[in-house]
Design a binder for this molecule. Structure first.
Ligand code: BGC
Ligand code: CA
Length: 215
């Protein structure tokens, strides 16, 4: 009897039941920890995915927007070296010599017009770039009976003029019906079918909304 009691007293300390409970708790804790780790991992993954999609969205937006700095450095557009900026407009000094009509068409093909010279600032800008070569401008006397006409309809009579002394002269009785800048940038009338360089003019492209803030 005493022996039996002694056995019973020992059982709680050595029996299987007493070992199972803490093990069970450990397993549960482990399972919960794993679950938490998996949930944490999933949340992190989904946050990373959201962040990455936001990043690529922002990147695409920025990529499609011309950089603001480009418009300050290259007001005529970062893609072209040929167009030069002056006072809100862009100018192309051609590298090819063609007739006045062809020059007019070439400018129009580039959403531009043969240059209209309306005063000293523009005249000065032009004559420092034409190196005494002949460059067609947007002034002609092609309509018989009419005086000289600017292509944009500006009033010739009251407007700025910069003819070389003695010009326009229909030299050697030729019909010199098209105007050009020539020596020292002064104007000369010349036969329209002759091949000369030309100057195109167009408004400077407007910058992106962010870039236009300072304009
Ligand atoms: C030009 C004329 C101009 C003359 C002036 C010629 O070479 O073709 O347009 O009037 O020079 O001397
Ligand atoms: Ca002439």
């Amino acid at each position: 009897m005493d022996e039996e009691k002694a056995q019973d007293d020992i059982r709680p300390y050595t029996g299987r039941h007493t070992l199972r409970r803490p093990l069970c708790i450990i397993y549960i804790l482990l399972a919960v920890s794993y679950l938490l780790i998996i949930i944490g991992f999933a949340v992190t993954l989904s946050r990373a995915a959201t962040l990455s999609s936001q990043l690529s969205e922002t990147y695409n937006k920025l990529k499609n927007q011309p950089p603001v700095l480009d418009f300050h450095l290259f007001p005529c557009g970062p893609e072209t070296r040929q167009w030069e900026y002056f006072n809100g407009k862009c100018y192309l000094f051609s590298l090819q010599a063609v007739s006045w009509q062809q020059a007019k068409t070439k400018c129009e093909e580039q959403q531009a017009k043969l240059v209209i010279i309306d005063g000293f600032p523009k005249q000065n800008f032009i004559q420092t770039r034409t190196r005494n070569e002949r460059f067609w401008i947007g002034l002609h006397g092609l309509q018989s009976g009419n005086d000289w006409q600017w292509l944009d309809g500006s009033n010739y009579g009251t407007g700025f003029k910069y003819w070389k002394q003695g010009e326009p002269n229909n030299y050697l009785r030729r019909n010199e019906d098209c105007a050009q800048v020539w020596l020292n940038g002064e104007w000369n009338d010349f036969t329209c079918s002759s091949n000369c360089y030309y100057i195109c003019e167009r408004p400077a492209p407007s910058a992106s909304p962010a870039g236009s803030q300072g304009k």
